[in-house]
Ligand binder design. Structure first.
Ligand code: PLP
Length: 396
């Protein structure tokens, strides 16, 4: 097929819910992707944070192909090895007590929401089911996670949304306390770096105060690490840099390096909330996806994570050092980077694509970079050269 064939078929037969760039991708090697005519693209997007090990990682490939040959799926009616091992690794590396596996970020957050509501129901009875989330957050595209998302632009068309969400201002403890003051709140849910909202890191002091406040009221803290998790910010999970311990943590995206996998981690007090029959999903803990997750977790040694932090710092410092008039700020942690721009972020990302660099947008004015965590220095420099060339064409 040609690029044109693929685009034409897609446009004819796939429902038109995505704003795609005019790029068709056939294959990848390391952190470089190729279209159907051999044009190469340095990948600073990793499929929106999913392809954490890049393209062609031998250990990951060996793990998922061996598992596909042995046993691709069984359902959760039976025990399988990859899910058990992935769960053990996740608990050992976080200190959490247990995992529920599912298939995506939105589904992980749905599970987290169900868990905190049941925790509260079991302990306090009905009427304490509200969840406070932050303005500019993003938690997914199901009816409930759209309701959880603190952006009015998402609260449209699909009425009625799930009730029971209250919104507070990020980095404003008083706003969170005020939202919780009605006595009906069972949990606060937040991302530590608001990804889709614009790569906006929360202040450490705010996060710690909310954590202490929640603890003092038996209000559970859900940390949504769908985007920040699995090595993306230079630690296995981002909360490990914030001096807090979530009650419930959701993850997805990079956990299986390209396969649809996700889950929630629950601490000691939340691990017993789900009992048989209260929550389930057919594909949850799928052996191939779980084998991919085991390979990812085994790859994420302290040295690997330190390298992510170092590469992120190099990218941020280099971009900030250009002092380009169009760049208003450079933010982020590890390889989750936001470049605030005064030009149209979408227009800039289209131009980057034309020149052979894949990047993302976030919020209203941010170019978001999320390369594979395994990206090489040579690929970073090649991508930076394109980025500088394109951003230099804008005056301010
Ligand atoms: N939560 C956060 C923080 C996200 O960034 C996203 C997706 O971008 C989601 C949840 C939803 O994940 P998914 O698209 O896998 O459902």
């Amino acid at each position: 097929m040609t690029n044109q064939d693929v685009m034409q078929l897609t446009n004819e037969y796939i429902l038109d819910s995505y704003k795609r760039f005019p790029i068709a991708l056939e294959r990848g090697e390391h952190a470089t992707l190729y279209d159907f005519e051999g044009k190469s693209y340095i990948d600073f997007s990793s499929g929106i944070g999913v392809c954490s090990l890049g393209y062609g990682n031998e250990n990951w490939l060996a793990a998922i192909t061996a598992q596909a040959k042995k046993l691709p799926h069984t359902s959760n009616l039976y025990y399988t090895e990859p899910a058990a091992v992935a769960a053990k690794l996740l608990c050992e590396r976080t200190g959490m007590k247990g995992v529920f596996f599912c298939n995506s970020g939105a589904e992980a957050n749905e599970g987290a929401i169900k868990l905190v509501r049941k925790y509260s129901f079991d302990k306090y009875g009905a009427g304490r089911s509200d969840i406070v989330t932050l303005n500019r957050s993003f938690h997914g595209r199901t009816i409930t996670t759209l309701a959880a998302t603190g952006q009015d632009v998402f609260h449209n068309f699909f009425f009625p949304f799930t009730e029971g969400f209250l919104y507070a201002e990020p980095n404003d403890v008083a706003s969170v306390k005020s939202a919780c003051s009605c006595g009906t709140v069972c949990a606060v849910m937040m991302e530590l770096i608001q990804g889709e909202g614009g790569v906006l890191p929360l202040d450490q002091a705010f996060v710690q105060e909310v954590y202490s406040f929640c603890k003092s009221r038996d209000i559970l803290l859900i940390i949504d690490e769908v985007q920040t998790g699995v090595g993306r910010t230079g630690t296995l999970f981002c909360y490990q840099q914030f001096g807090i311990e979530p009650d419930v943590l959701s993850f997805a995206k990079g956990i299986s390096a390209g396969l649809p996998f996700g889950g929630i981690l629950a601490n000691e007090s939340c691990a017993g909330v789900f009992s048989p029959g209260t929550h389930a999903t057919t594909f949850g803990g799928n052996p191939i996806c779980a084998a991919g997750a085991v390979a990812v977790l085994n790859e994420m040694t302290p040295e690997f994570l330190a390298d992510v932090a170092q590469k992120g710092a190099y990218l941020r410092e280099t971009i900030a050092g250009w002092n380009l008039p169009v760049v208003s700020s450079v933010r982020g942690l590890g390889l989750m980077i936001g470049i605030g721009v005064t030009c149209s972020h979408r227009d800039a990302v289209v131009q980057l694509g034309e020149k052979g660099l894949l990047a993302l947008t976030a919020g209203a004015d941010t170019i978001r970079l999320m390369p594979p965590l395994t990206i090489s220095k040579a690929e970073i420099d090649a991508g930076l050269a394109i980025l500088k060339q394109v951003l230099s064409t804008y005056q301010s």
